[in-house]
Design a protein around this ligand. Structure first.
Ligand code: GTR
Length: 420
């Protein structure tokens, strides 16, 4: 029998070889030559020239591709959806906003899942547009507000946020206020709706919990090859939040926002549900806004290796074979057209490939053009901190992988022009 130390060595070597195989490239001269898959030619070679043809032929087949081979298909519908107002208060955010906390319950196959929506709405207008976005560690982390409920769902440990034993406590309250410019949103007439993503699907390679488990047939333990990974589950959660929000008379429009892995989820939610009036992708990178075929920074093989639960298993066929992808992420962005879309990068976030995010937005602009909407008209990356804000918007800000006040200031001013 092999000794445990040899087994450990063998496993470590296997893991290292997978990582060296998918070593990130940060050298622009080593980006492979590739053809950008055409938005206006169907998989069987038909040319598209009008928005109606895009909607009837090309858009559905691209949507199907991302569903079957990237994020994964949702295996059915819920049996029941319900919600309950847990509490509300009129004096939140220095007296400028109303707070509501709503529990949403999803039921399927006699199993159920609950998540809590935290809402801040500006006072003084009968209904307001809101930004809807997941947070990484619990609703109580986005604000110091002592009334915000602490999640009891599984939470990734984080020393800086004082989260240990995979449980959030009072100690992490307000620890992520830097990523959520709530008062700026309220002052500009926008509300915020946020959810802890771990309540919808815990972010670990374990398919026994979260949303997936609700949909299993007798004896099933993980999704089928073309079925959903966690990103598609988080996107589904956003659509369920929308089921509530569209019936809340205090809300006029919903713009979804997401950072990083949650930016990937926001893009997929926006592509699959046109009730979202707009989409904001903050540093979403590989499997989000960045072109996979550039193989710059994080690659398909690397992301599937590090996060095997994020995508459909079918996506693994492209590990190290990006040239074989029949579609790329600019086509995901185009699925959101003609609705407003903002793609943002950070100059030090090379892992997410800012240039690949920009180019995807540039190529997607073709479809915005079909609808007479303005997108990005040059393939030259704009200067740092010089946003281009059309219906399709882009900025690259100084600094690293994060959400900063600068980002929110841009999103708010852009959204004000489009949604207020
Ligand atoms: C990284 C991952 C990225 C991005 C990021 C995040 O480790 O490689 O794709 O999603 O996590 O979500 O912060």
């Amino acid at each position: 029998m092999m000794k445990p130390v040899f087994i450990l060595l063998a496993v470590t070597c296997m893991m290292q070889s997978a990582f060296t195989q998918f070593e990130p490239n940060y050298d622009e001269s080593k980006v492979p030559q590739f053809e950008v898959p055409d938005l206006l030619t169907t998989f069987n070679g038909e040319k598209i020239t009008k928005a109606e043809q895009w909607e009837d032929k090309r858009r559905p087949e691209l949507l199907r591709f991302f569903e079957e081979e990237v994020y994964g298909r949702v295996p059915g519908n819920l049996d029941a959806f319900s919600f309950k107002l847990l509490e509300q208060d009129d004096s939140a955010v220095n007296g400028k906003a109303r707070r509501k906390q709503v529990a949403i319950t999803l039921e399927k196959n006699k199993r159920s899942l609950n998540f809590n929506l935290l809402l801040y709405l500006p006072k003084g207008s009968p209904s307001a547009p809101v930004f809807l976005g997941y947070n990484f560690h619990g609703n109580h982390t986005v604000t110091h507000d002592p009334k915000v409920l602490i999640t009891d769902a599984w939470n990734e440990n984080n020393e800086a946020l004082e989260i240990s034993n995979n449980k959030a406590t009072e100690a992490s309250r307000g620890k992520r206020t830097n990523r959520w410019a709530i008062e700026k949103m309220i002052d500009a007439g926008f509300g915020l709706a946020t959810i802890y993503y771990g309540e919808v699907d815990p972010d670990k390679n374990d398919f026994t919990d979260g949303l997936h488990a609700l949909f299993y047939k007798e004896g099933q333990e993980r999704p089928e090859t073309n079925e959903w990974g966690s990103i598609a589950a988080w996107a589904f959660g956003l659509r369920c939040a929308m089921d509530y929000l569209e019936n809340d008379g205090d809300i006029s429009k919903v713009v979804i926002f997401g950072h990083s892995r949650l930016g990937k989820a926001a893009l997929w939610a926006g592509a699959t549900d046109n009730r979202f009036a707009g989409v904001i992708s903050n540093d979403s990178g590989c499997g989000g806004a960045a072109l996979s075929k550039r193989q710059f920074g994080e690659t398909v093989g690397r992301i599937n290796h590090s996060f095997p639960h994020w995508f459909a298993d079918a996506f693994e066929q492209y590990n190290g074979k990006e040239e074989q992808l029949p579609a790329d992420q600019h086509q995901l962005l185009a699925l959101i057209a003609p609705r407003p879309l903002y793609v943002a990068s950070a100059v030090e976030d090379q892992w997410a490939d800012p240039k690949g995010e920009f180019l995807a937005a540039y190529y997607a602009s073709t479809i915005y053009g079909l609808y007479g909407k303005a997108g990005i008209t040059t393939d030259e990356l704009p200067a740092v901190d010089r946003p281009i804000q059309n219906t399709l918007a882009y900025h690259i800000r100084s600094g690293g992988h994060d959400v900063m006040d600068y980002d929110w200031e841009q999103y708010i001013s852009w959204a004000k022009k489009l949604f207020n």
